[in-house]
Design a protein around this ligand. Structure first.
Ligand code: SAH
Length: 367
């Protein structure tokens, strides 16, 4: 296990896209339009198109004077995401869309439709520098951070799709490619735009936005202080540092005690329950003693303000690891619950189109 790729925090290989309307705060939008010689009210007008109607092409914004549409497009609406293809599964309930970014990097987002809600799984970075050995994205390293607008625009696209189906996008999970808290400022700014009421944002409930992290403890504390009531998910995957140092190499920097302490701070500060993600891997982290230790540690640290999401491992191509057998999984769940901690098993949507956890865009890269 000593030959893991090294953790990369910030070594972007390629460039950020040009500034987009969705990179800007409400005040910045007004000054950007001012610089183009447009009055303040145009900023709100354009925001109503983008955030309220999910439209990103100024040429179709017919309430803008015709002469200004091209100017606004050229200055503030560079094309961020170009659809390469979309694949459906689960009887059309799950759609994986492959996007090309301005510099040719490929990115995916996954839209999952459930009765009464629709969840979009988005990426915060192209690639990932966290090097978790069971995750396909982690094997390829980090290409670069996504810009705020590249994150926000994934949401706009899915929101438009849901509206065209007569429904609405209700939930966002930062569980696609990348470590959201390693791209902290852009992710927080994206969360604000995803959750602010129109015309400043898409108006998705903060509680329905989940930020999932390997456990960058200082950034978890910082996130707690942002005044957002989004959901925090911590990818723990084992309750002991010895194994976690291997499964989640960032554990060498921030130990389980430190991560759980920061999660407790998050729960205390926001009043929100914390989710713990645990990919169950056969004969690696699925033993009874680990279930007992996990339940106890979580109960001690967080009491009833914690929920375990068990994810059956989705084996990546060539991986020597596999999911645990069903009876093992059932016993693991039972033991966690016996410690007073709630636990559910994540359903594995999108598996046959490689849209499941950790697999986004990896197959295309390999071609
Ligand atoms: N960097 C963030 C987001 C990653 S993806 C984080 O680590 O939380 C979201 C979840 O999918 C994480 O819990 C991640 O560990 C998990 N995951 C990655 N690859 C997986 C796989 N092959 N099978 C099951 N879960 C996986």
């Amino acid at each position: 296990m000593s030959d893991f790729p090294r953790i990369q925090l910030l070594t972007p290989k390629r460039g950020m896209p040009p500034t987009h309307f969705a990179d800007l705060s409400a005040e910045q939008r007004v000054s950007a339009l001012n610089e183009l010689g447009l009055p303040k009210f145009r900023a709100n007008q354009i925001a109503r198109h983008y955030y309220g109607k999910f439209e990103a092409d100024p040429l179709t914004m017919t309430d803008l004077p015709e002469a200004q549409r091209q100017l606004v497009k050229d200055s503030l609406f560079p094309t961020l995401l170009t659809r390469v293809r979309a694949v459906e599964t689960d009887n059309g309930d799950t759609t994986k869309t492959l996007w090309k970014l301005h510099d040719g990097i490929l990115l995916e987002s996954v839209l999952m439709r459930y009765p009464g809600r629709a969840t979009l799984c988005i990426s915060s970075q192209a690639g990932c520098g966290m090097a978790c050995p069971f995750c396909a994205t982690g094997q390829g390293g980090l290409d670069r951070n996504l810009s705020t607008a590249e994150i926000v625009d994934q949401v706009r696209e899915a929101a438009a799709t849901m509206r065209s189906e007569g429904s609405r996008l209700s939930n966002i999970v930062f569980m696609g490619m990348g470590e959201p808290l390693a791209n902290y400022n852009r992710v927080v700014s994206a969360v604000r735009q995803i959750t602010s009421p129109a015309p400043d944002g898409f108006g998705i409930s903060q509680r329905n936005v989940t930020v999932s992290t390997v456990g960058l403890a200082p950034q978890i504390r910082k996130l707690a202080d942002e005044g957002l009531s989004c959901t925090l998910a911590v990818s723990l995957h084992t309750p002991d540092d010895e194994l976690r140092d291997e499964l989640v190499p960032m554990n060498n920097r921030f130990s389980i005690a430190d991560v759980l302490d920061s999660a407790r701070y998050f729960a205390d500060t926001t009043g929100r329950r914390v989710s713990i993600e645990y990919a169950l891997i056969r004969d690696i982290n699925d033993q009874n003693f680990r279930a007992d230790m996990l339940g106890k540690k979580l109960h001690d640290a967080l009491g009833s303000r914690v929920h375990v999401n068990l994810i059956p491992l989705n084996p990546t191509p060539g991986s020597k690891w596999d999911a645990s057998p069903k009876p093992r999984q059932d016993e693991f769940v039972r033991r966690i619950i016996a410690q007073g901690v709630t636990c559910t098993v994540r359903d594995t949507k999108g598996q046959e189109i490689a849209a499941a956890c950790g697999q986004l865009a990896a197959d295309e890269k390999a071609v």
